[in-house]
Write a protein that binds this ligand. Structure first.
Ligand code: AMP
Length: 249
């Protein structure tokens, strides 16, 4: 079974981001970038499948700037076999990304595509679902457990009322919850080995996919600063403030 894993280059989760002065987006100058945490879980799951003998090859794909090769190399160091970069410097919509991933899926013909449930920069949570719609593949989103059973994949997912298990006929799309596994750290020898693994670079044009966007970001604003709290001396004072100041009771 060939597995394709979609990985995104995002701002590292430890970075406190700043909005650009002209409110067109986030200031990315000199900011530490990383592999999206949900994508790390996706890579780990695919690599475990390969180690258990159920996956034959793990191909990682990213859509983004030349620098996204760094995150592809990280995925290779974690155990993926080869990488594909669809190079684009544009700010692409989820639909455009899903269309590019569909073009890669058409070319690679995997039995399974694993994506993160969301990218921590844009929090869209829609690329996997769009890819499922475009390919017509079965989908199991927010997976916290994945089990291969012949030509079926059982995916357990947490929902409001408890755990739900869906049985997907392959080929299928899975999006990962953080509960699915704990990604490994890349060892130094594997980081060195990853430098020699194949990394193909293509473009949206070569894949015949339009990058035209159906939506436009109007403005990006930092959240309002929260005012400092106060300490009250008695319950009576608290009730008075809730009644007359906050007007919530
Ligand atoms: P999103 O729908 O943007 O929250 O992203 C969900 C998942 O889609 C991510 O965790 C990735 O697996 C995949 N994805 C989103 N953007 C890209 C991209 N530019 N390149 C590759 N995969 C992506």
């Amino acid at each position: 079974m060939k597995v394709v894993v979609a990985v995104k280059r995002v701002v590292d989760f430890n970075v406190k981001v700043r909005v650009k002065a002209d409110q067109t987006g986030i200031d990315l100058a000199n900011v530490k970038m990383a592999l999206n945490p949900f994508c790390e879980v996706a890579v780990e799951e695919a690599v475990r499948m390969k180690e258990q003998g159920s996956a034959s090859e793990v191909v990682v794909v990213s859509v983004g700037p030349t620098a996204a090769q760094e995150q592809l190399r990280t995925a290779l160091a974690l155990g993926a076999d080869r990488a594909i970069l669809v190079e684009s410097n544009e700010d692409l919509s989820s639909l455009a990304i899903a269309k590019m991933l569909k073009a890669v899926v058409d070319r690679e013909q995997p039995q399974l595509v694993i994506l993160g449930k969301q990218a921590i920069d844009s929090d869209n949570n829609q690329t996997g679902q769009m890819l499922a719609a475009l390919t017509g593949f079965a989908q199991g989103t927010f997976a916290s457990k994945v089990e291969l059973a012949g030509d079926r994949l059982n995916v357990s997912r947490e929902i409001d009322s408890g755990m739900q298990t869906v049985c997907l006929k392959l080929p299928a799309i899975v999006t990962t919850d953080l509960r699915l596994n704990e990604p490994r750290y890349a060892s130094l020898p594997n980081i060195m080995k990853a430098k020699k693994k194949p990394l193909d670079v293509t473009t949206p044009q070569a894949l015949g996919v339009s990058t035209a966007s159906t939506n436009n970001t109007v403005k990006v604003e930092a959240p309002a600063v929260r005012s400092a709290g106060i300490k009250v001396k008695s319950v009576a004072e608290l009730v008075e403030k809730l009644k007359n100041q906050a007007k919530v009771i």
